[in-house]
Design a binder for this molecule. Structure first.
Ligand SMILES: [Zn+2]
Length: 99
């Protein structure tokens, strides 16, 4: 199974219909979100709309982790931000092309 744990905080990877990411806060938590492309029908259950951009992706709605860190923020145009911190960036864009 693919993992993003060895990557820096904020790293993301789109695999089939999921986005894997290393939590932007630096806690090391690996998240997995079910995604669907903008303009297609939302699948049943919890899922996030992806604009289809693999380099500077945007996801909606916001991402809230039910983990000890409680991260809550947006991934917009390839940048993580945290509206609870007045939009301060928690991590730079750390996108790397999948190997
Ligand atoms: Zn975290």
């Amino acid at each position: 199974m693919m993992s993003v744990k060895e990557h820096p905080p904020g790293y993301w990877l789109f695999v089939e219909e999921e986005m894997l990411f290393n939590c932007p806060c630096g806690c090391g938590y690996e998240g997995r979100l079910r995604t669907y492309l903008s303009g297609t029908i939302k699948p049943a259950g919890t899922s996030w709309m992806w604009d289809g951009d693999p380099v500077r992706p945007s996801l909606h709605p916001s991402i809230k982790r039910h983990t000890p860190c409680g991260f809550h923020g947006f991934l917009t145009d390839g940048k993580w931000n945290n509206p609870q911190a007045d939009g301060a960036l928690l991590a730079p864009n750390v996108y790397e092309a999948p190997r």
